[in-house]
Design a protein around this ligand. Sequence first.
Ligand code: HSE
Length: 434
Amino acid sequence: MTAKTWRIGVAGLGTVGAGLLAFLAERPEFAPAGGRAEVTGVSARSRSRPRPFDISPLPWFDDPVALATSPQVDLFVELVGGSDGPAKAAVEAALKAGKPVVTANKALIAEHGAELAALAEASGAPLLFEAAVMGGTPAVKMLREAMVGDEIKSVAGILNGTCNYILTEMEATGRSFAEVLAEAQRLGYAEADPTMDVGGFDAAHKISILAALAFGCAPNFAAAEIEGIEQVELLDIAMARDLGYRIKLVASADRSPDGVLVRVHPSLAPLNHPLAQAGGALNALFIEGTRIGRIFLQGPGAGSGPTAAAVAADIADVMAGAQRPVFQGPAKSLVAFTPVDPSKSVGRAYLRFLVKDEPGVIAAVSETLAEAGVSIESFLQKPVENAPESMRGGVPIVLTTHAVAESVLKAAMERIAGLPAVIDRPRLLRIARI
Ligand code: HSE
């Protein structure tokens, strides 16, 4: 008997699409269960854009929806990106036609995952998205398959390589956010429009997907609290380091009896912690299970080869006939989780104040914190050599707090901002709960 040939339609021929086409051309019989994967149609925004491979022998489709529903295609791979528009239309069309879909599109899954899962399960077509989170590092299968014997308490980590690269370079070179971002764009590491990455939205899409898989609910991107790295200053990187921490963009999802808290914000991780040591464009993730305990995953979160490998692994699952719910449980039983009010969350924090260097200032700041019930854990005042003009002759004082409710902390910060000796708005960074 001849092994089945799976005819693959690939929409989106950017970095990941190029990696996938190169891999399938070289190893069409890669799937462990047997069979052959052959690309029988492609679609992209531009047909003529220079590419590292010749697409002219491959059937071309102007419209990804036509590719997704073509009789020449058994399995549709969506690498277009974007939560709506052609990507969504093509995925919906493929699923309605009963065709398996493999996608790397985190925005699509985070924002429309539940309705797409319902479509997939109604038609019996798999919908797989390993490559949507952490690129080539298998976080999705880990939560959806390998850890179903446990109850997950939390997932937290570094899910955006662009931000991690920028923060790493800022610390290593002493250049500002704007300078490092401009260089990253010039070198092609950062998108021309970097908002999704540096604004924290990409990481929020990914953690929303992981939260759904970890806690058996529908993705609830709208409930994520999101802060990017645009406001991270070199001064804070240096001060945090003096206190024994490194600033990372941490995405986290925590389950408590009140519901689920999903957040993305710049956070301090102790210098010797694995998250602090995941530098450059690496991604890293801690998963905490009730019985399994803590698992740490680290690896490439982007890039042609790694991300295409994750897409190929999903293709192999389809070829093996693997059938399981799209998320953790049948689509009809998925509900959005109850979001926890972030202001009620309790944690440790790093605060920075820019103050006039005069008697009684530290006392005034610490008294205000004490009155609010905020307990100081460590304190640092350090003159800044060659202080920039933006510091207006002030000196920074930084402190870390013991665990405190965020609403209490913010109220105290507001009172401190009103003190006559305080020059600039206070800065707050959370200390990661990892
Ligand atoms: N833009 C993402 C990142 C990679 O910088 O991590 C794709 O999700």
